[in-house]
Write a protein of this length. Sequence first.
Length: 198
Amino acid sequence: MTRIITFIFTALLFAACNNAQDQQNTPAAPEQQATEQPQVTEKSQEQILRDAISDYLVKEIGSQYAQGDVCIPALTLVATEDQDAEQIRVWGDFWIFNYKLAGDTLKTVSGGNHSGCMTVQKQDGTFTITSFEQTVDGAGYEASAKRIFGQYYDKFQKVQSDQAAREAARKEQLKEYVSQHGLNARCYQDYGREAVEL
């Protein structure tokens, strides 16, 4: 009788060990594997839109300024409206900066403000700027800004007058550009001003 009990106990122990080993060797369920793999983040629609606006500013406007090594716009979006499934209007405070890389410092060579409203065509996940209405310089500035920004004029004025927030946005976008393009830049510097660390 003792031998039978010992045999049953040994058989149960062997089965339990095999079952534990099978569980260790069994591949994780798809949902478990998915949580263990690193997540690949896709660009948001806003980031794709920002990239399209930046590309447009570099090609169409930055090229008209004295050239540097790189042209890096600074964008503050004031408002966006979907006109329909394929068209967006974007109002923003847009700046162009051309920089020369001197050592580890991006030195501003040229640039300027080009605020206004862009019409953007959206097709197959890509954005194309089809028109850009800008504020005018000089005496006509305020009238053109009120006409272009319309109901968003007060919001635009708040953005335009907040230099600290504008510089913070510029710095963040510069850091992102430097990181994405592998530039050896640690700071940026406008003419006659102290260098700012990124």
